[in-house]
Ligand binder design. Structure first.
Ligand code: PLP
Length: 384
């Protein structure tokens, strides 16, 4: 099978372009990058450079932007977790670096609050293990107390991982400041997974030991990521490039794309962006209000970011008219449309306006309305 010559890049390869109303989802390709980012990547891909020099320069640039002592590029936030953990366990010791993820000695426990033990498409605990760590969940999925944390810290503890994400439980967990105070008193570094967060300075200014971000999520870069934090820890993160981070290496084009995306992120006007998103949301809400079986409203991001979304509560009680059915119907159509479905089992879907092209807004509204109207037609017919 050879690629065709007609249509867009995905058609030529033989797959369908997807309408993404779901978010910056790794399974849908992360981010559709800005033209400036795409051309930075194309330019970087076509010539040679010392990767060592490029990584060092990129790290200095990211440190500057995040306000951290130092920073380094990774292939993503999941690699960032593995590398941060490996850095805490192996440091810059070549023998230990080369032996990971097998570790000598007992000091490899990584504490994580029970409500933070999530999967973002892969289990977070596995990323800890890849770095040689032993994940130790503390407390319960709905309640973690200071006593749980105190009781868990011992001579085997090497770090604590704090996860900031919509995936985690938000009630009943210890906040980051408390974790930092309790861990730092005992010399335990606190590592933060802030994969999809927008604020690139808040964790550094709080003084966390290291924080990792995904380049392909809020930052709008290519598949990539970085770690920002204390200088010795970042040096140890970089030292893992001779070990477990090798299969997570980043190409020169990703590095160039990430830097360009960060530059754009710095100069972007958040107020203007929110206005564009609100306009999309308003258009969807007015197109969908009055559609049978739907309760449409505007909601703000559950993790506190400035992201408005359309909430679609699907009225139950009508056969076939459920949130999971609507989700599947849109996904299986042409072109496939992906909504945010993590609350589908509770009857609600969300439309994320960020990855949605303006040209696709009406298509999304029409396809949703068509599904619900058809079902309304069915129920209006009396069944004998
Ligand atoms: C997406 C995500 C990751 C993984 O990030 P990648 O850059 O895809 O490796 C890790 N943690 C959380 C909370 C995420 O949402």
């Amino acid at each position: 099978m050879t690629p065709g010559r007609e249509g867009d890049i995905y058609e030529r390869i033989g797959v369908l372009r997807v309408i993404n109303a779901s978010g910056k989802m790794t399974m849908l390709g992360g981010t559709a990058v800005a033209p400036e980012v795409a051309s930075a990547m194309a330019e970087a891909a076509q010539s040679y450079v010392s990767i060592e020099a490029l990584l060092t320069r990129a790290g200095a640039y990211i440190a500057d932007i995040t306000g951290a002592e130092a920073a380094c590029v990774t292939s993503g936030a999941s690699a960032g977790i593995a590398q941060m953990v490996a850095a805490c366990i192996a440091g810059t010791d070549t023998t230990r670096i080369e032996r990971l993820p097998d570790v000598e000695g007992d000091r490899r426990d990584v504490l994580i609050q029970a409500g933070h033990v999530v999967s973002f498409g892969a289990p977070i605990t596995q990323m800890i293990r890849m770095g040689g760590g032993r994940p130790v969940a503390i407390g319960w999925a709905n309640a973690v107390t200071a006593a749980h944390l105190t009781g868990a810290i011992n001579e085997r503890t090497v770090a604590m991982l704090y996860v900031q994400s919509h995936h985690t439980v938000h009630k009943g967990m210890l906040d980051l400041a408390t974790c930092m105070r309790m861990c730092n008193e005992r010399g335990i570094p606190v590592l933060v997974d802030a994969a999809a967060e927008e604020d690139l300075r808040s964790y550094t200014s709080l003084g966390v030991d290291a924080v990792t971000y995904s380049g392909g999520k809020a930052i709008g870069g290519p598949t990539s990521g970085f770690i920002a934090g204390r200088k010795p820890l970042i040096e140890a993160c970089r030292a893992q490039e001779r070990g477990i981070a090798r299969p997570m290496k980043v190409g020169k084009e990703q590095i160039a794309g990430l830097i360009e995306a960060l530059r754009l992120d710095m100069i972007h006007d958040e107020g203007a962006t929110t206005q564009v998103l609100m306009a999309r949301v308003d258009r969807l809400v007015s197109a969908l209000s009055g559609v049978p079986h739907l309760v449409v409203s505007t909601v703000w991001d559950e993790a506190g970011r400035a992201i408005p979304r359309v909430s679609l509560a699907v009225a139950s009680g009508v056969p076939g008219c459920t949130a999971p059915a609507l989700l599947a119907h849109l996904r299986d159509g042409t072109p496939p449309i992906y909504l945010r479905g993590h609350e589908a089992s509770q009857g609600t879907l969300f439309i994320d306006p960020r990855p949605l092209a303006d040209a696709d807004v009406d298509v999304v509204a029409q396809r949703i309305a068509a599904f619900c109207t058809r079902l309304a037609g069915v129920t209006a017919t009396p069944t004998q």
